[in-house]
Design a protein around this ligand. Structure first.
Ligand code: SAM
Length: 377
């Protein structure tokens, strides 16, 4: 994979990525690291790359000209327009999922800002997406570029030894990793958990999974709000499912159990939240014989009365061709299993005369709530 970095400080990038595992990936040519010094492209006689911001305010802003000429040279040298990222504190926060997605690209171009940032017009001209490495501000995009390159590179084939595969690490499967131990078995009267030393692989795997869940619940309970499905009965919608999901949502609002249609803009906004990874919403596609048979839309809220996370079952829809297989019932049971003890309550709305749905939900353990709902919009 090729990384082309546009920066004012190419040595920062080269040095940071010259050691250890990533340094070896560069030497072994698993990745090709190309740094472009933006200053080399300045047409200013003093090689200046920045200027005062229009409208006042402190600091300097990087000008369009040197960055654009640098970008054009990069495109000319590589012969293609690569996917181009600007590292910025206002971007979408980097996740393992995003890094995995980017790792499939043959070539990634990265623009590092400095000072107060860069002129908006160059971003509008050349940038495909903005990525942040966290909700804080650094002096430049060089360290974030190294973070992004490191995170992508270690997932490329041949970079990590098979036994330290990244698939078992924190975040890859939506959970944090279990604790790790090495020799000696006892250190300052602290023993390694016995199960790890007894050689029963089934029990070791069980311990790892339970510890992983325990640590995630303690350190990052927010991660448990989008439990990762196994892909057989339920799966997360991928980009290419967006159109079908939209059609199914429209169809859901035409079913007799629904009292009010909703504007198309609401459905689009919901899809944007799902695909943007918003923590208050979760959607699964329901699978039957490896085909999409329907979907389920859930939303998350904290409830004092329930004493924890309440999962609202907003929409469950099965496509007509797949009805009669109890798929809604099976999908909901799978959802209860996935959320496990992290969900204290499930809630849903149902019209009083929808008797068939009421009996399905009663079988699943739902009971009537003695409140009427009121809303204000
Ligand atoms: N004025 C900008 C603002 O308030 O959003 C901050 C500019 S920052 C001082 C300079 C450069 O550092 C940015 O252009 C960006 O490239 C990089 N940078 C700073 N914090 C970052 C972060 N959290 N993630 C990614 N890049 C960051």
């Amino acid at each position: 994979m090729i990384f082309s970095v546009m920066t004012l400080f190419p040595d920062m990038i080269r040095q940071a990525l010259s050691e250890s595992i990533i340094g070896r990936a560069v030497k072994d040519e698993v990745i090709s690291l190309r740094c472009f010094d933006i200053r080399d492209y300045s047409t200013d006689k003093h090689r200046r790359v920045d200027d005062y911001p229009f409208g006042g305010g402190g600091g300097m802003v990087m000008r369009c000209q040197p960055i654009y000429d640098c970008y054009q040279d990069l495109v000319e040298k590589t012969g293609v327009k690569p996917h181009t990222v600007y590292l910025s504190p206002r971007g979408t926060v980097l996740t393992q999922k995003k890094a995995k997605e980017l790792s499939a690209l043959p070539h990634l171009a990265i623009l590092c800002g400095h000072y107060e940032g860069v002129d908006q017009r160059i971003l509008d001209e050349i940038i495909d997406e903005e990525i942040s490495i966290g909700d804080y501000v650094l002096t430049g995009g060089e360290l974030p570029a190294c973070v992004l390159i490191d995170c992508i590179t270690r997932m490329l084939p041949g970079v990590l030894a098979a036994e330290s595969a990244y698939e078992n690490e924190s975040h890859y499967n939506g959970l944090l990793e279990h604790p790790q131990y090495t020799q000696p078995r006892c250190w300052r009267e602290r023993e390694v958990p016995a199960v790890l030393t007894e050689g029963n692989h089934r029990l070791i795997e069980k311990w790892k999974r339970e510890e992983s869940l325990r640590i995630t619940a303690k350190m990052r309970p927010d991660l448990l709000r989008r439990p990762v499905p196994d892909g057989k009965r339920l799966r997360f919608p991928a980009k290419e499912d967006q159109e079908q999901l939209l059609t199914m949502m429209q169809a859901f609002y035409q079913t007799p159990g629904v009292l009010h249609d909703i504007p198309p803009a609401h459905i689009q906004a919901t899809l944007d939240r799902i695909y943007g990874g918003a923590p208050d919403i979760n959607a699964y596609l329901i699978q039957f014989e490896r085909k999409t048979a329907g979907y389920c839309l859930l939303s998350h809220a904290y409830s004092n009365e329930a004493g924890g996370l309440t999962v609202w079952i907003e929409e469950v829809y099965i496509l007509p061709d797949f009805r009669g297989h109890k798929l809604a019932d099976k999908a909901l049971r799978e959802i209860f299993r996935l959320y496990g003890s992290s969900a204290k309550r499930y809630r849903m709305e149902i019209t009083p005369d929808n008797l068939s749905a009421r009996s399905i939900y009663a079988r699943l353990g739902f009971k009537d709530l003695d409140y009427r709902q009121m809303i204000r919009e």
